[in-house]
Ligand binder design. Sequence first.
Ligand SMILES: [Zn+2]
Length: 83
Amino acid sequence: MRCHLVKSEQQWKEEKSCENCPFLEERELSVMEFTTQHIEGVCAITEPSESWLAKYLNTNNFIPGIYCIRVKLLFSQDIIESL
Ligand SMILES: [Zn+2]
C-alpha cells in the first residue's frame, strides 16, 4: 500500500515482503496488514528513474514493476500511528 507496488496474492504469500518497504517486514506486520485489494488504475514502470509517471507517483527510487495509481483504502489507524 505504502509504495503502490502491485503483486499477485500468490506473490505476496510467497515473498511476504515489499522490495520497496523492507521496514514493514522488520516490524513483523502480516502481508494482510500492509496490502489492499482496493486500488485504482495500474501501470507498468520499467525504468523508475526515467519515468514521468514514477516521478508523479513518487516511486522513482523504487524497483521496476507494476504500480497502482491510487490506493482507495489506506492503512488502519493503528498502523498509521505506528509508522
Ligand atoms: Zn512497498
